[in-house]
Design a protein around this ligand. Structure first.
Ligand code: NAD
Ligand code: TYD
Length: 349
């Protein structure tokens, strides 16, 4: 029996990872530790919540004593750490909560793992899930590799970069066995509609303006979330301790081109005439410090661990749009209440 602690398992990527591991490894006990912020939603895990090898514990990663008790009670021997504040726009409005959760929370978890596993590091692993945004912004050419120097620009990416440094410091200073992965932008089911893809699908459905930052020329490298979960599984089991792995799909899209694909797909699936929703495109003030381009070179992961994305983007976006159109109750639940206030304050101009 392996007791794996997944932090942030009620969020977007975490819920896909929990589902994958619970179904794939009946002999593991998967403990999902999440404090359930606005982004955490147990409805994301409805289909597996009754499985025998799954447990949910509500806990803040910053609560050192409570996390320590969870480590002891569940005899944790592996951690996959995803809990974080994850939205760049929110980090511009409130950088403190990003430093608190992403930096102090990660440090707290590292300390707990170090104490709990002291003298028995051999078969333990602390896996830290991070982002390509720590590498900063690319020009028209080139890719981020595992050797690219860190150059974060947003409070979000600065907090993730800092947490990555703490993870490496615990490896180098104390010998805590760690591994880090840095992944590109994810898309798929259960993503909170503050991020580009679910926000725009929802707005197209509701005939609401589509707020495109700047000229819509920024480029992101999109990966289907289930492929990210598969990569984490592969790295957790086969990655070299102390190493870093970049995860990405070699799938770059200029925002405005991606938005047009979403418009086309939603209009078609709703039986609207082609191009109906293009009129919703509204260019708004650019995001402060907006990184121009991200692009991941994931060759190391392919060469060492034979991981490759399973889906072509066209298939992934079709599946994703269909999921949001079919799961209106989920979408209504997460876009009622506080979401309205968030939306008004974020998009008031
Ligand atoms: P998310 O915002 O959807 O979910 C974050 C989860 O963490 C939520 O369930 C939330 O309740 C939980 N959480 C937040 N603060 C917590 C705390 N103090 N204690 C316990 N739980 C807490 O995020 P996501 O998009 O699923 O991202 C997960 C991880 O993957 C993050 O570390 C993020 O930096 C990283 N990442 C995300 C992307 C992406 O495209 N979304 C890409 C690369 C890496
Ligand atoms: P987002 O999904 O927030 O991911 P990230 O900023 O972490 O890459 O944004 C993806 C891209 O879409 C990014 O270039 C910003 C842009 N964007 C908009 O143009 N309008 C929006 O309302 C949002 C949320 C994002």
């Amino acid at each position: 029996m392996k007791n794996i602690l997944i932090t942030g398992g009620a969020g977007f990527i975490g819920s896909h990872l929990v589902r994958l591991l619970v179904n794939k490894y009946p002999n593991y006990r998967i403990i999902n530790m999440d404090v359930l912020t606005y982004a955490g939603n147990l409805a994301n895990l409805k289909d597996i919540e009754d499985k025998e090898n799954y447990e949910f514990v509500k806990c803040d990663i910053c609560d050192f004593e409570k996390v320590q008790k969870i480590f002891l009670d569940y005899e944790i021997d592996g951690v996959i750490h995803l809990a974080a504040e994850s939205h760049v726009d929110r980090s511009i409005k409130d950088p403190f909560s990003f430093a608190q959760t992403n930096v102090m929370g990660t440090l707290s978890l590292l300390q707990v793992a170090k104490f709990a596993w002291e003298g028995q590091f051999e078969d333990k692993l602390f896996y830290h899930v991070s982002t390509d945004e720590v590498y900063g912004s690319l020009g028209e050419e080139g890719f981020f590799t595992e050797e690219t120097a860190y150059d974060p620009h947003s409070p979000y990416s600065a907090s993730k970069a800092s947490s990555d440094h703490f993870v490496r410091a615990f490896q180098d200073t104390f010998g805590l066995p760690t591994v880090i992965s840095n992944c590109s932008n994810n898309y798929g089911a259960y993503q909170f509609p503050e991020k580009l893809i679910p926000l725009f699908i929802n707005n197209i459905c509701k005939n609401k303006p589509l707020p495109v930052y700047g000229k819509g020329e920024n480029v992101r490298d999109w990966l289907f979330v289930e492929d990210h979960a598969r990569a984490i599984d592969v790295i957790f089991h086969g990655g070299k301790v102390g190493d870093t792995y970049n995860i990405g799909g070699f799938n770059e899209w200029k925002n405005i081109d991606l938005i047009k694909v979403m418009i086309k797909t939603v209009d078609r699936l709703l039986g609207r005439e082609e191009g109906t929703s293009e009129k919703l495109i509204t260019y708004v003030t650019d995001r402060a410090g907006h990184d121009l381009r991200y692009a991941i070179d994931s060759t190391k992961l392919k060469d060492e661990l034979a991981w490759e994305p399973s889906l072509q983007f066209e298939e992934g976006i079709e599946k994703t749009v269909k999921w949001y159109l079919e799961n209106t109750e989920w979408l209504e639940n997460v876009t009622s209440g506080d979401y309205q206030k968030y939306y008004e304050s974020m998009y008031k101009d």
